[in-house]
Design a protein around this ligand. Structure first.
Ligand code: PEP
Ligand code: MG
Length: 540
């Protein structure tokens, strides 16, 4: 047995088989396929899709006057049209009776190897392009939202590190737990991972790809992994898992009960979600509504900007499924650590302080309007609240509202029905706290994002693992800003919610209750523990 120590991200214990994911590897079915024609057709379709995508990227680059960028994408298309490359893949498929995936993997690698051995350094470099294209064609063949997949047997997902978009594409039906060799507590990837409701560990430094296929126990509560556990450890964890189930059952008895202190202070408990399919867990855990739907997921999961129809269907599903409960949908907060290649954002030295969230929306008004139109169209199916992220000035909020009005007018002229909705502002920078009165005068509700508020108040990069010990959301400057926001909101009749990770931190629940917060929005799994804590509280 080998014990690996890491840092707890999400609690709970499981036993299962580890599968080690490394970005570069694909679970390829070699196949023994008689139907070569069909496999070749799949190959051609995947190539066409990648070429189409490259053309779109070239056009976007051109529109941004990035001619050099456009040339790169055009040259990728030329590589994909290379007869030698195509023939090599087709030969593997038809002569060796292999799958399209196998043909691409081996054919592209063969060509990359040939090129690497040429004397011309410029041509040599093209071998990297070929390998990049190989990945893209494989992704296309295996489904754009293929994500991380090791088949349909439940497994423990191990990885060096996962990006937010990789976590967004995890199929939770098959993943029992996550263990990362790297990772950081406050990144979006970690927040999304916590939302999956499975044990998670980060910084398991001695984890290695060699553990792939081993039986293991993951103890998310204590940040431990036991590889090839001995019988005694298995027996111990069987007991722990039994106790965990008992505790979870006892929490279930709080379903349908009010979230009120012994002396009668009530608060609403909402859930944070990042995926329309999270609703099931939200209902299971009896949240009053959704306090934060990070719509970013829709923008991270595919290779292109989601269409109005796709967004509309997702928003509609969430508001409809939660009705009459309210649903706060935050407009997209991409940029920073949530990179979306199709937006072609320039590299930045300080991305957390860069072109992100509302700044992208206000700069790319055409994209923003697609999202707002989808939200407005979905509003008639339930209780919709639209939330704008990273607002730092009243003029930004006014501009958002103006664009919202424009979209309303467009939809009215198309005879589309719009329901009632509220408009809210994320309070996640010291600037927004200091002008919370003015923002509250313009908004229907405020929602405090403690993750970014901590980052920007303490001037600490929430992504930097070396700064964890300085990243202190309990810092008096944060607590005081939350109090200021609640008071400012209430002066203007605004509801004030807290939706950052601190909202689920039981150590500060009483403080927030004494401040008179109206709602706490947390990972669905934290709703019932929070209700338990509040029902045991007496503020008198
Ligand atoms: C926050 O900053 O607290 C927040 C809820 O937003 P995100 O974590 O998505 O940046
Ligand atoms: Mg934030």
């Amino acid at each position: 047995m080998q014990k690996i120590e890491g840092k707890s991200l999400a609690q709970g214990a499981v036993i299962g088989k580890i599968r080690f994911y490394s970005e570069a590897e694909y679970d390829i079915d070699e196949g023994d396929y008689d139907d070569s024609e069909y496999e070749i057709e799949r190959f051609e379709r995947a190539m066409d899709a990648v070429k189409e995508h490259k053309f779109a990227l070239a056009e976007a680059a051109e529109a941004n006057s990035d001619n050099e960028g456009a040339m790169v994408f055009v040259s990728h298309v030329a590589l994909l049209e290379d007869r030698g490359l195509i023939r090599r893949v087709e030969d593997y498929i038809s002569e060796m009776k292999k799958s399209a995936e196998f043909g691409v993997k081996v054919g592209f690698n063969d060509v990359a190897d040939d090129i690497r051995n040429l004397p011309d350094p410029y041509i040599m470099r093209r071998s990297d392009d070929i390998l990049e294209l190989e990945r893209e064609v494989l992704e296309e063949l295996m489904g754009a939202s293929r994500g991380i997949s090791f088949g349909k047997e439940p497994y423990i997902l191990a990885a060096y590190d996962l990006t937010a978009s990789e976590v967004a594409r995890i199929d939770r039906r098959y993943v029992l737990a996550i263990v990362m060799k790297e990772g950081n507590l406050n990144t979006h990837a970690s927040i999304l991972a916590k939302g999956l409701g499975i044990p998670c560990i980060i910084r398991a430094e001695t984890l290695s790809p060699a553990c792939d296929g081993s039986d293991a126990i993951v103890d998310g509560t204590n940040g431990l992994v036991f590889l090839k556990p001995d019988d005694e450890t298995v027996r111990k964890y069987d007991e722990i898992m039994k106790e965990n189930r008992k505790f979870a059952d006892s929490l279930m008895r709080l379903k349908g009960k009010m979230t009120v202190t012994k002396d009668g202070h009530e608060v609403r408990l909402y859930a944070n979600i990042s995926n329309p399919y999270d609703i099931e867990t939200v209902l299971e855990n009896d949240a009053t509504g959704i306090g934060l739907f990070r719509s970013d997921y829709l923008f991270l999961k595919d290779r292109d900007y989601p269409s109005e129809e796709e967004q509309y269907l997702s928003y509609r599903k969430v508001v409809e499924d939660m009705n009459p409960g309210s649903v706060v949908i935050r407009t997209v907060d991409i940029g920073s650590d949530k990179s979306v290649p199709y937006l072609q954002l320039p590299e930045e030295a300080n991305p957390a302080l860069g072109m992100r969230a509302i700044r992208i929306s206000l700069t790319r008004k055409d994209f923003f309007k697609v999202q707002l139109r989808a939200l407005l169209r979905a509003s008639k199916f339930g209780n919709m609240r639209i939330l704008f992220p990273m607002i730092t000035s009243v003029s930004e909020l006014k501009e958002c509202k103006e664009i919202l009005r424009e979209c309303e007018e467009e939809l009215h002229s198309e005879h589309q029905v719009i329901g009632n909705y509220l408009v809210g502002v994320m309070i996640e920078t010291p600037a927004s706290v200091l002008i919370a009165d003015q923002l509250a005068a313009e908004a229907d509700f405020l929602s405090v994002g403690t993750n970014d508020l901590t980052q920007f108040t303490l001037a600490i990069d929430r992504q930097n693992p070396n700064l964890d010990r300085f990243y202190d959301p309990h810092h008096p400057a944060i607590i005081e800003q939350i109090r200021m926001t609640i008071e400012a909101g209430h002066r203007h009749g605004c509801l004030v919610l807290i939706c950052g990770e601190l909202a689920g931190d039981l150590e500060v629940t009483e403080t927030f209750m004494r401040m008179g917060v109206d709602g706490l929005s947390v990972n669905p799994q934290f709703v019932l523990p929070l209700r338990k804590k509040i029902r045991e509280m007496d503020l008198s």
